[in-house]
Write a protein that binds this ligand. Structure first.
Ligand SMILES: C[S@@+](CC[C@H](N)C(=O)[O-])C[C@H]1O[C@@H](n2cnc3c(N)ncnc32)[C@H](O)[C@@H]1O
Ligand code: SF4
Length: 372
């Protein structure tokens, strides 16, 4: 068993960033009572099916969950504690936007039970923050980070690189300044242009492949030298500071997803369930509808392989076997696997199968061709 997590999705933000296709919409006023009731009803539904599991992580994501009141956050956490056994060292994370918190709010969130913050900083220059549609300045974001570190034991920050007009050297200088912040966890995402977003409609282009590969390599090298090794495509941490909740997704863990568009994966009586909550924000608040399917062993195996190949540890043979009862190679083309090893994209040994730094750069193509 690789841990059990609970994801809570809060689908509102102060404004919609032009690059973002997360299920979120801008709003000023919220009916907190409706949302609290909806979360609790949905939690109770899944508790009936997963009460034998011990909660190792809770993650408030969004949207901008720092717009929730501390009362709702506390009520949700207490409800979880009343429905499941919660591990003593449970990780309880929240994503926050620097423009929606102050010191008092952070203190209240800590009191409500949050013990890890992920701050959306995105850029360390005001011009790019403006281009990204952010409502905060660099100064504001850095002040929130500084206070967050005083209040919370674990703090991470998100950045987006590969912005239009950002040259390799610009990112090098910015990343140097990011690393000087001495955070123990960083999520560094290359800008993707998602269909339906404002950036997509404006025809904004991501960097050319060659620059994109150079940016990725530079990020890999600089974070490694600073002691924040990459442990997943976009995530870097000091050893032991990895986000345990995200590790669930990538390493055969189980979780339930509560809130609009949230996904879940858990076993019940030996079956692999995949759940998807209704993605309509207003409908979900009213009736918490969800669809679900039972995955075949092959579907589950493929999912585990694709997720694990994103990570430094890769597919762990032992935990894969515990879930699937077969070796991972049973689901791969033997010749392709051998070619990728010979060409230095994959490493395959007694512990498992993992992607090299070179392999990570062609991850999509690699995944497309490897599975039977
Ligand atoms: C749910 S948001 C984090 C919290 C909060 N909503 C905020 O933006 O400050 C998750 C993160 O995904 C990243 N992200 C979202 N859309 C992206 C895109 N199109 N390309 C790259 N990164 C993206 C951003 O770094 C963002 O902080
Ligand atoms: S990046 Fe964060 S703040 Fe911006 S729209 Fe997406 S979820 Fe909301």
């Amino acid at each position: 068993m690789n841990g059990f997590g609970i994801y809570i999705h809060w689908p509102f933000c102060r404004s919609k960033c032009p690059y973002c296709d997360f299920v979120s919409m801008p709003a000023k006023n919220f009916d907190f009572q409706i949302w609290q009731n909806a979360y609790v009803k949905s939690l109770k539904l899944y508790a009936g099916r997963t009460a034998d599991k011990r909660v190792s992580s809770i993650f408030f994501g969004g949207g901008t969950p720092s717009l929730m009141t501390e009362e709702v956050v506390s009520f949700v956490i207490e409800t979880i504690r009343s429905l499941w056994t919660v591990e003593k060292n449970v990780e309880i994370s929240m994503e926050i936007n620097p423009c929606s918190v102050d010191v008092l709010k952070m203190q209240a969130l800590k009191k409500a039970g949050i013990n890890r913050l992920s701050v959306g900083v995105q850029a360390l220059n005001d011009k790019d923050l403006k281009f990204l549609g952010r409502l905060h300045s660099v100064e504001q974001a850095l002040s929130v980070l500084k206070n967050a570190e005083r209040i919370f034991p674990r703090v991470s920050a998100d950045f987006i690189y590969g912005r239009p007009n950002q040259r390799l050297n610009d990112w090098k200088e910015e990343l140097e300044r990011i690393l000087e912040l001495n955070l123990r966890h960083l999520s560094l995402y290359q800008l993707t242009i998602e269909e339906g977003t404002v950036f997509y409609k404006k025809g904004i282009q991501p960097p050319e492949d060659e620059l994109s590969a150079d940016l990725f390599e530079l990020t890999d090298r600089m974070t490694y030298q600073a002691g924040l090794e990459r442990y997943e495509v976009s995530n870097h941490a000091v050893q032991g500071e990895e986000c345990r909740h995200n590790l669930l997704y990538w390493h055969a863990g189980e979780w339930i997803g509560i809130g609009p568009a949230a996904h879940g994966r858990f076993t019940q009586n030996g079956s692999f369930y995949a759940t998807a909550q209704d993605s309509s924000i207003t409908d979900w608040a009213k009736n918490q509808k969800a669809s679900e399917i039972v995955l075949t062993t092959k579907e589950k195996a493929e999912e585990l392989i694709l997720m694990a190949l994103r990570t430094r540890e890769g597919i762990n043979r032992k935990s894969f076997y515990e879930v699937i009862k077969e070796e991972p190679e049973a689901f791969m083309h033997t010749g392709t696997l051998q070619d990728y090893q010979t060409d230095g994209f994959l490493i395959c040994d007694q512990t498992g199968i993992r992607t090299t730094a070179k392999g990570l750069m062609i991850l999509d193509a690699l995944c497309r061709t490897l599975l039977i």
